[in-house]
Design a protein around this ligand. Sequence first.
Ligand code: CO
Length: 141
Amino acid sequence: MKIRGTDHVAVAVRSLEDRLGIWEVLMGVKPSPVEELPERGVRAARFEPPGGTAVELVAPLGRNSPLSGFLESRGEGIHHLCFEVEDIDGAVGELKARGFELVQERPVAGARGTRIVFLHPKSCGGVLVELMEPGRARDQG
Ligand code: CO
């Protein structure tokens, strides 16, 4: 599998509005506009420092958000790590062949036109890992 780098570290929060302020101070940049991803049951905002890895705050959206269970059992904190890959379909095929368990059967739409897939923490030493292939718009310039 070929990764380009770490795209973001995601932090689970109960309320974006309650936590954006402290992360703006920590990161020294303004957050992106809040994006709602109903199919994943999350609202997200992203801090992109000039160099290095972004931090994404994710909060539950709707009653059946998969994030609600995480917040109930683990509380707020680091939720997942996202690696950018060149070829997400190739990566999924390779990881499945090596016995990794995936949360989704195949890549799904992520924020900002990306394609993403999550690897089960069972397969990654307790860490929820997201793989992301950038959207076409970004590839084109
Ligand atoms: Co993510």
